[in-house]
Write a protein that binds this ligand. Structure first.
Ligand SMILES: [Zn+2]
Length: 222
């Protein structure tokens, strides 16, 4: 679904996945395991592009519903995989996460049942790095290496799971999915200060109106 001419939301991949079209094509998150065909079909049918046109796959954080189809998409696109330095070793499978135990248990089950293959990212991101037209904003709290990607040209911010919008209200992650509450508050403050026009999150719906005010309201409740 087209959100803006240069920003597309790919339906049917369970956790939201986006294509940002700038000087290059960037895929933001890779959906749950087995969703690579949905993503490639969207690219081919809606954008008349080829898999290899995706130059970078950026991960907003290490959770398997966002990295699920990464291994297969790397094979299909040969894109560089980029992730924030704190989540790199978890994405590659070299380190286990510091998630709450419930989340680690669910992740473990998913990796077993989907025959998940870990893959090492190519690019280690840091605060203020640019991925095409988007600036990397480190937003720890949900995971230590969570990021938002902000495009100051169109005011779009991709926030991963740091914030969600259910079509009615903005919220943070549920308490059992918070890795560090104080860090999360600071991260939401960073997002608030950017005053974005459109918020695109890892779950839920696009927030396209009164975006800054709604994010500020949720910050005041954290
Ligand atoms: Zn997550």
């Amino acid at each position: 679904m087209e959100i803006l001419l240069d920003v597309h939301w790919i339906d049917g991949v369970t956790a939201n996945t986006y294509l940002a079209l700038g000087d290059q094509t960037t895929l933001i998150d890779s959906g749950t395991p087995g969703k690579q065909e949905n993503i490639i079909k969207y690219l081919q049918n809606e954008l008349k592009s080829k898999p290899e046109d995706i130059k970078t796959i950026v991960l907003t954080h290490h959770h398997i519903d966002h990295t699920g189809s990464l291994y297969e998409l790397k094979k299909l696109t040969n894109a560089d995989i980029a992730a924030y330095k704190e989540d790199m070793d978890i994405i590659s499978g070299e380190k286990s996460s510091s998630d709450p135990i419930y989340m680690r248990f669910v992740s473990k089950l998913m990796t077993i049942f989907t025959s998940y293959k870990f893959i090492k990212p190519d690019i280690s991101l840091q605060e203020n790095d640019m991925v095409d037209n988007c600036r990397v904003i480190h937003t720890p709290g949900h995971t230590p290496g969570s990021i938002a990607l902000y495009n100051s040209d169109n005011g779009v911010i991709f926030v991963g799971d740091t914030l969600t919008y259910d079509g009615n209200k903005v919220g943070g992650p549920p308490s059992f999915l918070i890795n560090d509450k104080e860090a999360l508050k600071k991260s939401v403050k960073k997002i608030t200060d950017l005053e974005p026009n459109i918020m695109l999150s890892g779950h839920g719906k696009p927030l396209t109106e009164h975006t800054s005010e709604m994010i500020r309201d949720v910050y005041n409740t954290l």
